[in-house]
Design a protein around this ligand. Structure first.
Ligand SMILES: [Zn+2]
Length: 96
């Protein structure tokens, strides 16, 4: 994820929070709507952070993996660490 993507992601979530706050303030009368908005925003940001952490861990794990293990395409024998073989496009591979 590069910087530009990160900014877009942040803007997207700000828009989501804005829409949610707006809808909640329409449904729920004022002092209570604030409490609900804070709870919802906290809940969403907790969920997003947790999801990003999981993604980050997965990326790290695959980086670690690709440094240690070589994969060979089962169809043409090409050595690669991609999901698909860059030569023939096969997804079948064996560990070498
Ligand atoms: Zn191949």
């Amino acid at each position: 994820m590069n910087n530009k993507d990160f900014i877009y992601q942040q803007l997207k979530w700000i828009a989501v929070y804005f829409v949610i706050s707006f809808i909640i303030s329409l449904i729920i009368p004022f002092p209570y709507s604030l409490i609900v908005i804070v709870l919802v925003v906290l809940g969403i940001s907790f969920y997003v952070r947790k999801r990003q952490m999981t993604k980050f861990k997965l990326e790290n794990f695959s980086m670690f993996n690709s440094n240690k293990v070589n994969y060979f395409c089962m169809v043409c024998g090409m050595k690669h660490n991609n999901l698909m073989c860059p030569k023939c496009g096969s997804k079948m591979k064996r560990i070498g």
